[in-house]
Design a protein around this ligand. Structure first.
Ligand code: ADP
Length: 591
């Protein structure tokens, strides 16, 4: 973590980062500045509404004083009418302020959502993999909803209440400084109780949020992997770990509940104290020195202080939401691109891919790649072979830019692959897996993800390349909605769509992990034909699980224990008498 700019706090266990308090404050301030006119209007309208609200108690005090001085019914009527007008003005102004506040909240929420979506999509896939999607989903749903409630309701309510409290207190001071000081002293209890609460609440709510995420993660992992759980008879263990997560949720919730159970009773007592103190002091002043204060002034001051109960209540009740949504905001603001990720680079000069002295370790563990050097010739087919655990998949991830090497470099056209932004990267290098994901939306939407500028003719050409002629049988052609319902493509069709996306992205290099790309035997026949069409004319690095692939490749790289131990054509290696020759002999002999 650098000293100059604090990076988001990285909680243990590989979960996503959480923004520091300073970063959260800056982000909140940015939200206000982005819509500063509406925010200023909101405060001004509230001040006017609160000012109109102050008139009634003051006019009531005047009525008392005038009646005591012997004024007639007409004077009382006049003042009573003024009270009515002020009450009406307050009602209209505060309703309008509410409207302005809610609109401000909606716009701010939209900004929060956009920022979150942008940053979540920009996260390196390795970070998301390590943190688990449950955390990201909780942040994008529960946390964003909490922020929404705050911005829409709690935030404007607290702003309105704060203005009313400040003006109310100021009014008591203007009436009589001594009564003002007395009233303020009575409110001190609330101040201390809420400070005590605030100090503990952020951590307590962050713990609660983390426990909720962990539970979501546990449940998602258990249901998502239900077959594996059943096959390996892990039920008992999964139930036990879910139980632990639920217990943690319960513990953190009890923690926040304990905080609230101290705050609220202290506050309830504190409401009546200032009113009682002002009445006692006012009474003493009136009986002591004649003319020091009038009965009307004491009543007005007591009413002002009594009127503070409503807005103070609002502030304290919403404090809880504000606290929990500050914690949510910190979690939503957290997922920035981690500090270790290289900054975006310039455009690659050419199609040359080069690996130099690449070492890689998973999560601070031991190195699994120990200085790999490999130069890939544009247009060639390179097969990477080797025993399980040799580091083939890891090297594939580095070549595809999913991860950056710990030391050394993996470059395309002289630029680090992992530093390229996603749009540039997919024009160059694409990792082909058994990707089945079909996004909700039309066929066109599903394909344009890879090439936003593609025309319908391009889309059709790409579909033809991968042999997806079934597209012509769909009722609305490219406009057919995929996903739920009647047009849910099966495995082979989903794979064809994924491959059509690769054709549209038109990368010069494909990394092909045979283990995952040809996983499903039911779709293998279709897939292989489509795959062959996609590989045509591109550099292909195949993580080969069948020696036939190595035999057909231009060159073969043999990996062992995180190193490339042999590199050459099939014929060269088969004649060299090394590990590959051994492997080939045994495989060939077995056929
Ligand atoms: P191969 O593809 O040749 O079977 P891998 O690249 O998958 O080899 O694995 C290389 C080494 O890295 C192995 O020792 C494996 O245990 C380790 N490894 C692979 N994936 C992870 C991971 N996600 N976290 C920690 N270690 C891993």
């Amino acid at each position: 973590m650098s000293a100059a700019t604090p990076s988001p706090a990285q909680p243990p266990g590989g979960s996503l980062p959480v923004a520091t308090p300073a970063q959260t404050r800056r982000a909140a301030w940015r939200l206000i500045l982005a819509d500063r006119r509406a925010f200023a209007g909101l405060l001004a309208l509230n001040a006017l509404a609160a000012g109109a609200g102050l008139a009634a108690p003051w006019l009531l005090g005047r009525i008392i004083d005038e009646v005591k001085a012997g004024a007639g019914a007409s004077a009382v009527d006049r003042l009573a009418l003024a009270i009515l007008v002020c009450a009406l003005a307050q009602l209209l102004l505060s309703r309008y302020a509410g409207l302005v506040g809610h609109r401000f909240g909606e716009r701010a929420l939209a900004r929060v959502r956009e920022r979150f979506a942008e940053r979540a999509l920009a996260l390196p896939s390795s970070v998301v993999e390590r943190a688990g999607t449950g955390d990201l989903i909780t942040r994008g749903t529960t946390d964003v909803a909490a922020i929404g409630a705050t911005l829409r309701d709690a935030g404007p309510d607290v702003a309105i209440a704060a203005v009313r409290v400040l003006l109310g207190l100021a009014a008591v001071f203007v009436l009589d400084p001594l009564l003002g000081a007395c009233g303020l002293t009575g409110l001190v209890g609330i101040w201390f109780a809420s400070r005590w609460y605030l100090r503990r609440a952020v951590t307590a709510y962050l713990d609660e949020g983390a426990a909720n995420s962990a539970l979501a993660e546990e449940l998602a992992a258990t249901t998502g992997g239900a077959r594996t759980v059943a096959a390996l008879r892990l039920e008992r263990r999964r139930i036990e770990s879910c139980r632990r997560a639920i217990e943690e949720c319960r513990r953190t919730r009890l923690g926040t509940l304990a905080l609230r159970s101290v705050l609220f009773p202290v506050v309830d007592v504190s409401y009546v104290l200032p009113v009682a103190a002002v009445l006692l002091l006012g009474g003493a002043l009136m009986t002591g020195e004649p003319g020091a204060v009038t009965l009307g002034t004491v009543v007005t001051a007591a009413l002002y202080l009594r009127q503070l109960t409503g807005p103070l209540d609002t502030i304290l009740q919403q404090l809880e939401y504000l606290q929990s949504s500050t914690a949510s905001f910190a979690r939503v603001e957290g997922p920035a691109v981690p500090p270790g990720t290289p900054a975006p680079q310039g455009a690659p000069a050419d199609d040359r891919i080069e690996v130099r002295g690449a070492r890689y370790a998973y999560d601070g563990g031991p190195d699994v790649l120990h200085g790999v050097d490999l130069r890939i010739h544009p247009g060639e087919r390179l097969a990477i072979v080797g025993p399980s655990g040799a580091g083939k998949t890891t090297l594939g991830r580095l070549l595809a830019g999913v991860d950056a090497p710990r030391t050394g470099s993996v470059t395309v056209g002289g630029v680090p692959v992992a530093g390229l932004d996603p749009a540039r990267l997919r024009e160059r290098v694409v990792l082909v897996t058994q990707e089945h994901h079909v996004f909700l939306g039309t066929v066109r939407d599903n394909l344009r993800i890879a090439a936003p500028a593609a025309t319908d003719a391009d889309l059709r050409a790409a579909l033809t390349t991968v042999g997806a002629d079934w597209i012509d049988d769909l009722p609305d052609g490219l406009d057919t909605d995929l996903g739920h319902g009647a047009h849910r493509p099966d495995g082979a069709r989903s794979q064809q769509l994924a491959l059509a996306r690769v054709v549209l992205a038109d990368p010069h290099t494909l990394i092909l992990d045979e283990a995952t790309a040809l996983l499903d035997p039911r779709t293998a026949r279709h897939t292989e034909r489509a795959l062959a069409a996609v590989l045509e004319g591109r550099t292909v690095i195949a993580i080969a699980h069948r020696l036939q692939t190595a035999h057909d490749a231009d060159r073969v790289a043999v990996m062992r224990d995180g190193r490339v131990t042999e590199l050459g054509t099939h014929e060269e290696l088969a004649a060299a008498g090394g590990a590959y020759a051994e492997l080939w002999r045994s495989w060939h002999g077995a056929r």
